[in-house]
Design a protein around this ligand. Sequence first.
Ligand code: 16G
Length: 245
Amino acid sequence: LRPAEWLNREAGPRYVQLRRRLEEAIESGLLAPNSSLPPEREIADLTELSRVTVRKAIHELVRKGAVVQVQGSGSFVREREEKVEQSLSHLTSFTEDMRRRGMETESQWLERGVFMPSPEEVVALGLPAGESVSRIYRLRTAGGRPMALERAALPLDILPNPLEVTTSLYAVLERGGVRPNRAIQKISAKNLAETEAELLDVPVGAAGLSIQRTSYLDSGRVAEFTQSIYRGDAYDFVAELRLSN
Ligand code: 16G
């Protein structure tokens, strides 16, 4: 926490910088779950920041659910929430997956409409030049906790009106008789950039899973190309493997 090494090296108010340092200490296990945070005064002395700044940083951690304050006994690092284990053997939707676990989902819309596709989307969807796509980009939460950023692109005839999607994309496709029945999914590692981390409520640089799903209709046609970033600390993907012969 010594100040010289990090203070003012990055942008943003001092309490945000201190909050990030404390988040890193929690993330790395330096501050273990259920351990108490040093008293405000001690942090202020150590970092040469004012107590007001320290209080603000701790308040932010409380708001983000990383720290709990107990009247009369101080602040404690909160026990981590359990990870979601998601099977890779079935083609399901986020809403279905979370509902099965008894969790309610919500979407914060970042983009929803008809747009010109990115070069990646053109290739993945096999679109003719100049054709637009329906795109929905959202932050997905389960049980109030941010889980994933998801950007889906679909051909216009598969999803003519993206505004129709208010909760589940797959439910809308199902109603239109175009629910995909096969998908290829690619998972890679990613350190979260600033905006992604901010939206997913994790420290900048935290580990994420970058996932691409291309899903197909019975006819073999591509119905959906979705690029997602899942929180690495919230998700485990599990696949069953069998000996082939
Ligand atoms: C999942 C899929 C995503 C699909 C979405 C539909 C992964 C990595 N991605 O999040 O490709 O678009 O489900 O969910 O599993 P919805 O029907 O709840 O909108």
